[in-house]
Design a protein around this ligand. Structure first.
Ligand SMILES: Nc1ncnc2c1ncn2[C@@H]1O[C@H](COP(=O)(O)OP(=O)(O)OP(=O)(O)O)[C@@H](O)[C@H]1O
Ligand SMILES: [Mg+2]
Length: 272
């Protein structure tokens, strides 16, 4: 493996503890090893770029970390807790949130309702609350509405005014903002962004990433793993990159080093 020394950002240098530790992580689909004995660490407060050619295992990595797929082998620890066998619906309670490569907004629902779906780990809307603690539940829901409005305001003040409008009435960049707010409103420690630029123009992508970094600053030490094919964006926003090919890590380090690595260039040969 051709690997470079990772360049830590100031946040991770100040807080060297690893937030995510994956060891020997494998996912097998029949005869295909979509992930093959992957070791990946992410420092607290780090922005890690996960890149690689189509089909190299990037989304599979997100799916196994977020409990959508079961690991065939290996382990995943988030903030010291073993989440290897955790179910997707319980991961927000561990501090994990994600967006999806294809939009998962429920278009007839309002912006607020879509965002509320992301706060399930915090809002205890079980039977107990519904029967006996309706007042407490209403208070939590109001707090969350205020938080959602505040987050949307950081993204885009005009979007915050559309909190109760149906998502279907929004343009592409606003829909993407809502998806990211939905991931962030549960106050995750780690957020996984799968191709946030998909379907957007170059200018919209630039604008959205500025907004994500602005929100990240306002949320303290939020850690991000971003999967992207738009290399300009990866270069601009990441502290470090991991490159996958055929489910294996082939390189890691600063973007400019991995981009110059012959093994990475070979993997991307034939791709733009
Ligand atoms: N549910 C599944 N069943 C069978 N094979 C799958 C499944 N999910 C992914 N794969 C296969 O695993 C490999 C990795 O796919 P994955 O979606 O993780 O790639 P990717 O790096 O995200 O690609 P892209 O850049 O095109 O989004 C591919 O060969 C894909 O066909
Ligand atoms: Mg993918």
């Amino acid at each position: 493996m051709s690997a470079h020394q990772a360049q830590a950002n100031p946040a991770s240098a100040a807080s060297p503890a690893r937030l995510l530790e994956c060891r020997g992580l494998s996912v097998r689909f029949g005869g295909l090893m979509a992930l093959n004995e992957l070791d990946i660490d992410v420092g607290r407060g780090e922005v890690l770029g996960l890149i690689g050619p189509n089909g190299s295992g990037k989304t599979t990595f997100f799916n196994v970390v977020s409990g959508v797929y079961a690991a065939s082998a290996g382990s995943i620890r988030l903030d010291g807790v073993d989440i290897t066998r955790a179910q997707a619906q319980n991961l927000s309670a561990h501090g994990l949130a994600r967006t999806f490569q294809r939009s998962r907004l429920c278009l007839p629902l309002s912006v607020f309702d879509n965002i509320a779906l992301g706060a399930q780990g915090r809002l205890d809307s079980g039977l107990w609350h519904n029967l006996f603690r309706r007042k407490a539940f209403a208070t939590e829901a109001r707090t969350m509405a205020a938080e959602a409005r505040e987050l949307l305001h950081v993204f885009s003040p005009t979007l915050a005014d559309k909190l109760f409008e149906p998502a279907i009435s929004l343009g592409m960049i606003d829909r993407r903002r809502v998806e990211i707010c939905r991931a962030l409103v549960g106050r995750p420690k780690l957020v996984l962004l799968d191709e946030p630029s998909a379907g957007m123009t170059h200018d919209e992508t630039d604008q959205l990433m500025d907004e994500i970094l602005g929100v990240r600053r306002s949320l303290g030490d939020l850690t991000i793993i971003i999967v992207e094919h738009e290399m300009g964006l990866i270069e601009r926003v990441t502290d470090r990159c991991v490159v996958l090919n055929y489910g294996k890590k082939i390189c890691e380090g600063r973007f400019r080093d991995v981009a110059a690595d012959p093994v990475v260039r070979e993997a991307y040969l034939g791709q733009s």
